[in-house]
Design a protein around this ligand. Sequence first.
Ligand SMILES: [Zn+2]
Length: 433
Amino acid sequence: MSAIWNPQAETMPREELSQLQLERLQSTLNRAYRYVAYYHQVLDEAGLQPEDLQALTDLRRLPFTTKESLRQSYPYGMFALPLREVVRLHFSTGATGAATVVGYTQNDVRNWTELVARNLTACGLTKEDVVQIFFGFGVFTGGFGFQYGAEALGAAVIPVASGDVARQVQIMEDFRTTAIIGTPSYALHLGRLMEKIGHDPHSLSLRVGLFGSEPWSEQTRAEIEARLLLTAYDTYGLSEIGGPGVSGECECRCGLHIAEDHFYVEVVDPATGEPLPEGREGELVFTTLTKEAFPLVRYRTGDLASLTTEPCSCGRTLARMSRIVRRTDDMLILRGVSVYPDTVEECLRHFTEVGGGFQLVVRREEDLDTLEVLVEIGTLHDLTFKAVESLREKLTDELSTTLGLELTVRMVEPHSLTSPTGRLPRVRDERAL
Ligand SMILES: [Zn+2]
């Protein structure tokens, strides 16, 4: 097992941790109430004062903060300190409309550095490593966060950012890079391109990779490891909450340890907002506990995961979250039931007679939501009405059992749901909400 960067914080007994969280939460709420007009209003509307929070679970009495609240307060509306205390601004440019802006004080940057150093240490990185960073060094938090953390470790950092793959590989070879950090899709692209240009991965010195900032599967992890000859770890963070370092895998790779001394985490039902018990998958909601410039209370991430506080063999006592493989954006809520296109795809995979394309169509009929699943006929040789109807019935049974929902299935022509430019959207929501 590799070292633990901050044993005092990372192996703290959970009871002590809860006490620390409560103290920090009370202080965060106090500052947010006093200095952020948005939270002042939110607490007043909930009929609460910061001192009413006597237990961590009391936090549930407060409403969520959403990305929309951040957009509406653009640019400085949710800052808890005047700009003269702020040393860094990061922001994300939204696909539609205003960006969300995040500020850091000197202390915030120090904490950020510490959390990324913990994350890198948990993956076995030391000052002996040469770390090449693919994340950008612009207004996004990825590049800078890992730069700080790796430097705190004493590792040699090459801030290449993304770009030309051939140059990237050349640098890895010349500088004998041992660790790479970036998005999994970029690492995969790099690995595949190396094969294409005939570059042998054995000529490199890679041993560890940290990947994050987008959902990725175990299959992708296996392919990256095989192509680049390294051990791939998952790392998680989001700029609103503080950038990279929010959570990361240890060498056990059985979930990502959350920096709970800096963030209080909840998992809620995305449809109802109700808290879910440990082990159940739901939407991650974070409250910052130490952020000075930009505290956030119950921030909805849109990321889906489950939690466990079971002891980990690495010795850390911090809770672990499961890997993010999907987001609420891909999810459909129907009569209070969450439906994921992934689940439908997985279910259809067991029927060799169907084609590759499908589409979920949701309508509202007399105030009732209905789901119709369009499925392409694939390699069915017998195209008689009877054969198609029998397949349709089987699919209806299987899908409604799996999704826990009444639905109808309609078989459609082969390739009618795929176009030369790619798949049609997997969800068509025709409800006028
Ligand atoms: Zn662990």
